[in-house]
Design a protein around this ligand. Sequence first.
Ligand code: HEM
Length: 133
Amino acid sequence: MSKEYTYAEVSEHATKKDLLMVIHDKVYDAASFVDEHPGGEEVLLDVGGQDATEAFEDVGHSDEAREILDGLLVGALKRVAGDPSPKVASPSAVSTPASSTGMGVGLYALILFGGVAAYGAYNYLQTQQATKP
Ligand code: HEM
């Protein structure tokens, strides 16, 4: 990582042949990769010259994709006053699994309870049948 870019500098490189983007406060030059991107060139051009952290993380890119990304590294982002605030996907990534786990446990409890109730009812009916003459 040799160079420091300001956000304003990065935003000047937003063409297919000269395509910088910010991911996790690092600056990547995606120009050489645009044509090879399995997700298409459109999406890369869309975030060219911008903070692509959220877009990149939302897709859930593989480790292989992250290795390619490492190879495209050209520098670090130097934040100055007035820049867009850093886009970090972690707050939602942390809160979503937590809340969904809560739902999941509640759901399992409900299913378990329903199962036990149904089993009890079945047994009750069986005994009723058995005691009938
Ligand atoms: C320079 C940064 C990026 C690199 C190195 C990269 C690399 C890759 C790689 C290797 C894949 C194949 C699947 C995988 O290994 O995860 C992929 C898929 C994909 N990427 Fe990226 N990507 C980058 C940025 C982005 C951005 C900013 C978006 C914006 C939405 C994006 C959207 C997608 C989508 C939608 C796929 C899925 C394609 C499919 O499976 O049909 N990528 N990317």
